[in-house]
Design a protein around this ligand. Structure first.
Ligand code: ZN
Ligand code: ZN
Length: 362
C-alpha cells in the first residue's frame, strides 16, 4: 500500500493556506501520529507547505527514526521541546504567522508563545488536522476492522467464563486479559463492566459488586490495533431474563439496527441521532435515553464527527462512527448496544460482528 502520509501533509498544507497561516504548530499527539506516524508521548510538530520538522527527546531517538523516516526533519532536543522549536523557527526564517491548535495547547504553553515566542505572530486554529482525520483511508479502515475483530473475539471468550457470584472487577479482568490475548495493544478507555442496577449508569466504573441471578451485565470496551480503536458495547442477562428486561432490550436492539442501517454520509449528525431517538421515543422510553447516539472513532476513541441533537454538521463520507443507543432506568438497570459503522459511498458498513440477540449467561 502507498504511504498515506505525504497526501495528508499536502491536504494540511491546503488547510494552512485557507487559514492564512505560514505554518502550524501541532501539539496534539494523535494529530502528530496521523501526519507523521510517530507514536511517542513527547513531541512538537511544525508543518508548513515546504517544511516538516518533528521535535522529540532522547528516549525516542530510535523509534522516531523508524516510524517517521525521511518524511520530516527530526530534531532530538536535549533540553526542552520548546527550545528546539524556537531554534527551528529561527533557522527556517520565513514563517511569520504561525497557527497553533487552540483545542490542545495548554495555557502554560500558550504563555510560552507570547513570551519566548514573541517574535512570531500566533493565530489560533480549530480542527485543521481533525477534519482530515474524519475520512478514513483503506488502511485505517482495515485497522479499525481488525480492532473490532479483537474486541468481539475477546468478548466471546469472556462471556463463556461469566458466572453468578463473580464481581464486576473479576469480569473486567477476564475481559482485559482476553483483549490482550487476542492482540490488543492497550485499552482505549477503562473497560466498563456494570451489573444489575449499576448498568443504568452510562459511564459506570467497574466495582467489586457481585453479580446476582437476573442481573443485566453491560460491557463497554475497546481494543487497539496499530493505534486505531474499536468501541463496542453489549448487554447480557446473567441467569434468566425477565419479560421487562426483554422488552427494553428489544427496543434498544431495534433502535441500534435501524440507526446503523439508516445512517448515511452527508446526513447531519442530528438527523442520524434522530433515527434512534425517534424510535425510542415512540416506544415510550424517550426520557431514559439521555446521551447522544454516537461519535467518530479512529486514532482516538472519541473524535469527529458527533451524532447528537446538537450536531449540525454533515457526516463525512469515509468516517467511522459508533451507533450506541441506550435505555437507562435508575435503580433498576440499563441496556446499551454499540457497534462501529463505516460511512461508505454506497451506504453504511457495520464493522462489529457480534450477535444482537439477548443472551442469557452463566
Ligand atoms: Zn463504548
Ligand atoms: Zn462509544
Amino acid at each position: 500500500m502507498t504511504d498515506p502520509r505525504p497526501a495528508r501533509l499536502s491536504a494540511l498544507a491546503d488547510g494552512l493556506t485557507a487559514a492564512h497561516v505560514d505554518g502550524l504548530l501541532v501539539s496534539s499527539l494523535p494529530n502528530i501520529r496521523y501526519l507523521t506516524g510517530f507514536s511517542g508521548s513527547s513531541a512538537l510538530l511544525f508543518a508548513t507547505p515546504r517544511d516538516v520538522v518533528l521535535i522529540t527527546d532522547f528516549r525516542y531517538q530510535t523509534q522516531v527514526a523508524e516510524e517517521v523516516g525521511q518524511l520530516a526533519r527530526i530534531v532530538i532536543e536535549p533540553q526542552s521541546l520548546w527550545t528546539g522549536l524556537w531554534q527551528q523557527l529561527s533557522q527556517l526564517g520565513y514563517p511569520q504567522v504561525v497557527g497553533f491548535e487552540s483545542s490542545h495547547l495548554l495555557h502554560r504553553d500558550f504563555q510560552r508563545l507570547l513570551e519566548a515566542g514573541a517574535r512570531w505572530q500566533w493565530r489560533p486554529t480549530v480542527d485543521l488536522v481533525e477534519t482530515l482525520r474524519e475520512r478514513k483511508d483503506a488502511g485505517e479502515l482495515g485497522l479499525i476492522r481488525a480492532a473490532n475483530g479483537v474486541a468481539t473475539r475477546a468478548l466471546a471468550r469472556t462471556i463463556e467464563q461469566v458466572r453468578i457470584g463473580m464481581s464486576e472487577l473479576e469480569v473486567a479482568g477476564v475481559l482485559e486479559k482476553s483483549l490482550r490475548d487476542e492482540g490488543s495493544e492497550g485499552f482505549p478507555f477503562p473497560s466498563i463492566v456494570a451489573s444489575g442496577p449499576r448498568s443504568a449508569l452510562p459511564h459506570a466504573r467497574s466495582t467489586n459488586r457481585v453479580i446476582e441471578a437476573g442481573d443485566f451485565l453491560l460491557l463497554d470496551f475497546g481494543a487497539e490495533t496499530h493505534g486505531y480503536c474499536s468501541d463496542v458495547t453489549r448487554t447480557f442477562v446473567v441467569g434468566r431474563a425477565a419479560p421487562e428486561q426483554r422488552e427494553i432490550y428489544d427496543v434498544v436492539r431495534v433502535a441500534n439496527e435501524t440507526a446503523a442501517s439508516g445512517v448515511r454520509a452527508g446526513m447531519s449528525g442530528r438527523d442520524a441521532d434522530a433515527i434512534a431517538r425517534d424510535y425510542i421515543q415512540q416506544r415510550g422510553y424517550g426520557d431514559l435515553f439521555g446521551h447522544s447516539l454516537g461519535h467518530g472513532l479512529g486514532l482516538e476513541v472519541h473524535e469527529a464527527p458527533r451524532l447528537a441533537r446538537t450536531a449540525d454538521g454533515a457526516l463525512a463520507e469515509g468516517a467511522v462512527v459508533t451507533i450506541e443507543p441506550g435505555i437507562y432506568r435508575p435503580g433498576w438497570g440499563g441496556v446499551r448496544i454499540e457497534d462501529d459503522v463505516f460511512l461508505g459511498a454506497d451506504g453504511p458498513v457495520i464493522l462489529t460482528s457480534f450477535p444482537h440477540e439477548l443472551m442469557e449467561l452463566g
